[in-house]
Ligand binder design. Structure first.
Ligand code: NMX
Ligand code: MLT
Length: 435
């Protein structure tokens, strides 16, 4: 057994009695009330999920295992000469709650190395799909096709598992799957947009480094992607991709089925696809003003035209956050250091000065501030990834780190199948006293 798996086994043993006690002794204690507007309105604010992997405060933003983004970036081990930490170290943190040593990171790197080979049938499947298929469809289908490799599904079918060791098989699937994602993503990119010229993996590189290598992009793109994957990894449990992955896994569907489902949710324009929408929207803006740099007044007019045509301003607003997303701020700081004079970055910066005021005047969005997607595309664009319909695949690789850590713990703590109760409109009218 790897040291990571051993450590996880110990942590799980320590944690289980906490969950058992809460259910046995305090199961009837009320967590929150539920109103009619929450029932109709997408369950906003209802506290009905549990995860220890990350927590989202509306004003502070995300903490991964209790650490803020600057703390994560500062404390996690980094490859020699690099600015950003190993993605493998961040995954270790998400899974165990501990900042790993260099040696512990190296073990995860070796584990991924041993599991990273993508079976040929996945590439064959991708090649049968029309080239204009959206890359998220390709990515999700590739992951789904790998389901035949599931050790969890096999052990379940053979009757080898019980509630206490489900997590061990889930862990194996999670490690096998995560290790393959950079190559699947980069393969789709090179096949679809770069004249069908996939670049083989370099087994000596780490997760971020190998991804940059397979994309065919030089330094510091490896650091860009380390930062990107870490920032996008997790956003507590209620967002569409995390919640879907958790929901599907709660039926004891394996990691392949669950992640593929979660990614299908990420592919929606109100969720992860917003990163492609932001770039598309900025390109439309640029097309309107030609070579001329738009002024703040131009931007304001463009925002109002968007809103008046019934569309949302992509990259702004959030279901939980009520301040600028710290993932936006982290990317802005990177851009200020590495691409301060880039025109597109300057437009993104001007939008930051204009959009919140417009949204406030518009009076609908509860949060007028930018989210992670308002900034991620401009950095990709600068480093040469201009095919913006690919951006959500990048988000998906990052998001896999968090949701897969989550479903490993879901099985470890024996969470049951998720099955909330629905009511009819008649019933709500009765509850409201109008029927
Ligand atoms: N532009 C225009 N209108 C907005 C925006 C925006 N950026 N954000 C919210 N609104 C509207 C929203 O459509 C709703 O309108 P209506 O009453 O007509 O249905 C109203 O304001 C109230 O919505 P909120 O309660 O503030 O937001 P909600 O929690 O329902 O939705 C988002 C959250 C993120 C879906 C929403 O802010 C949005 O559509 N933003 C733009 C898309 C985006 O950036 N999504 C990415 C989110 C992050 N991610 O990666 O997943
Ligand atoms: C996310 O990263 O999942 C998004 O910010 C959406 C959310 O948290 O609801």
């Amino acid at each position: 057994m790897s040291k990571l798996k051993e450590k996880l086994a110990k942590k799980i043993e320590e944690h289980r009695p906490r969950t058992t006690r809460l259910v046995k002794e305090f199961g009837d204690t009320k967590v929150c009330d539920v109103t009619i507007s929450q029932v109709i309105g997408g369950m906003r604010g209802i506290k009905c999920l549990v995860t220890d992997i990350s927590y989202l405060d509306p004003y502070e933003g995300i903490r991964f295992r209790g650490y803020t983004i600057p703390e994560v970036m500062e404390k996690l081990p980094k490859p020699a000469g690099c600015e950003m930490p190993y993605v493998e170290g961040h995954f270790y943190l998400l899974l165990t709650g501990e900042i790993p040593t260099e040696e512990e990171v190296q073990e995860v790197i070796n584990e991924f190395k041993a599991r990273k080979q993508v079976p040929q049938y996945v590439f064959d499947l991708l090649r049968t799909m029309p080239r204009d298929t959206h890359p998220m469809t390709m990515f999700s289908a590739a992951i789904l096709s790998l389901q035949r490799e599931s050790k969890f599904a096999k052990a379940y079918a053979e009757g080898k598992m019980n509630k206490f060791n489900y997590w061990e098989y889930m862990y194996e699937d999670v490690m096998d799957l995560l290790a393959k994602l950079p190559e699947i993503g980069a393969y789709i990119y090179r096949m679809k947009y770069k004249g069908d010229t996939p670049i083989p993996s370099n087994p000596d590189l780490d997760f971020g480094g190998d991804f940059a290598h397979m994309m065919g992009i030089d330094k510091p793109y490896d650091d860009v992607m380390r930062m990107y994957f870490i920032l996008h990894s997790d956003h507590e449990s209620g967002n569409v991709s995390a919640h879907t992955t958790h929901l599907v896994a709660s039926a004891l569907s394996d990691a392949y089925y669950s992640l593929s489902a979660g990614l299908n949710g990420l592919a929606g324009p109100l969720h992860g696809l917003a990163n492609q929408e932001v770039l598309k929207w900025i390109q439309d803006l640029r097309a309107r003003y030609g070579d001329k740099m738009p002024t703040k007044e131009d931007l304001e007019k463009f925002c109002w035209d968007t809103l008046n045509s019934g569309q949302v301003i992509p990259g702004y607003g959030h279901a939980v956050l009520r301040k600028t997303d710290p993932r936006y701020t982290a990317q802005r700081e990177f851009a200020l250091k590495h691409l301060p004079d880039d025109e597109l970055f300057q437009i993104v910066s001007m939008l930051y000065e204009v959009v919140p005021g417009v949204l406030e005047k518009h009076g609908k969005a509860k949060n007028p501030w930018p989210n992670v997607d308002a900034h991620s595309g401009v950095i990709q664009w600068y480093y040469g990834v201009r095919e913006y319909d690919f951006y959500t695949v990048l988000f998906g690789i990052g998001r896999a780190l968090g949701v897969l850590a989550n479903i490993t713990w879901d099985r470890a703590l024996g969470y049951p199948i998720e099955r909330p109760k629905s009511v009819t409109t008649d019933m709500l009218e009765e509850i409201a006293g109008i029927k």
